[in-house]
Ligand binder design. Structure first.
Ligand SMILES: [Zn+2]
Length: 299
């Protein structure tokens, strides 16, 4: 028996065809509203690498990592520490306040510059120190704020770091430093350079007492901070593609008269050359630091 040829079902067509209810009436204008997506209605940030717009809420939930290209955006020190700790117990070093020992004036007086930075960042200085719990372990962590005069290291940054290290030493708590800085603060001249020696001595005391000190290098770390506390850790972690160096690329190019190619001074390049121990994605940082500290502290 021959099978009957399947006739195309015309019922779907009849449903799709406009009926007298759905047929547009030429004389009636339909009001069409533009469909706005979230980045047009909410406060958003543009990624410096892929230029995609992401809402600030989405960025905060993603720890300031671009969801489109994985670029690690800069973080405020306070956000960094609140993201790091499971529970903050106290903030250290707030008693120190910045003076103007050299009466320094460049294009504007130093106190004015400080006041601007304080108003912009709502911080009193470029380093924030907190003590708290990372899971079940008490840790002291400090974070530089690059928005505060380029995260530069002045006397108060040194004071706060040394106090953090001394508290870590007394309480036998590990110390973690999230470094991002342009270097020493020129407005404090030699006094800011002295902080390199002071912080170095404090770290040495930690080393002698076998208290672990871990440095997380975040984009960018340069100058006096690289030359002191950021390179004296027991373990050096870095965020992907972070720029880490002493002098900037352009300065070195002018000195050695060679063109330096792109991976130069990137975290991955430094890992290949043995300067740092591991490049860790921001989402894995807390787990990695906890694992390392648990091993080092025999926790
Ligand atoms: Zn991006």
């Amino acid at each position: 028996m021959p099978t009957a040829a399947i006739k195309p079902d015309d019922s779907a067509q009849s449903i799709a065809a406009p009926t007298w209810m759905t047929r547009p009436v030429p004389t009636v204008k339909r009001l069409t509203l533009p469909i706005l997506n979230a980045v047009e209605t909410e406060p958003s940030t543009q990624c410096p690498q892929c230029h995609a717009m992401t809402t600030n809420t989405a960025l905060i939930f993603n720890s300031y990592v671009c969801p489109h290209c994985d670029y690690h955006l800069g973080m405020a020190a306070r956000d960094r520490l609140h993201g790091f700790f499971d529970q903050v117990e106290q903030e250290l070093g707030q008693a120190f306040s910045t003076g103007d020992p050299l009466q320094f004036v460049d294009s504007q007086p130093y106190p004015e510059r400080l006041a601007q930075a304080q108003a912009k960042t709502k911080e009193t200085e470029g380093l924030v120190v907190m003590q708290g719990l990372l899971r079940d372990m008490l840790v002291i962590a400090c974070a530089f704020d690059f928005r505060f005069m380029g995260g530069s290291m002045g006397s108060v940054v040194g004071d706060r770091f040394v106090q953090a290290a001394e508290t870590a030493l007394q309480q036998r708590m590990p110390l973690v430093c999230f470094a991002t800085s342009g270097g020493a603060r020129m407005q404090e001249g030699l006094l800011s350079l002295m902080q390199m020696a002071r912080t170095g001595a404090a770290i040495e005391r930690l080393r002698l007492a076998c208290v672990p000190y871990i440095v997380v290098l975040t984009n960018p770390v340069y100058g006096g901070v690289t030359a002191s506390l950021a390179m004296l850790g027991d373990i050096h972690l870095a965020e992907p593609k972070a720029m880490i160096g002493f002098a900037g690329k352009r300065v070195i190019e002018q000195t050695v008269r060679e063109v330096l190619d792109e991976p130069f001074q990137r975290a991955e390049y430094l890992l290949e050359h043995g300067v740092i121990d591991q490049v860790v994605h921001r989402h894995q940082l807390n787990d990695t630091i906890y694992r390392l500290l648990a091993k080092l502290m025999h926790h």
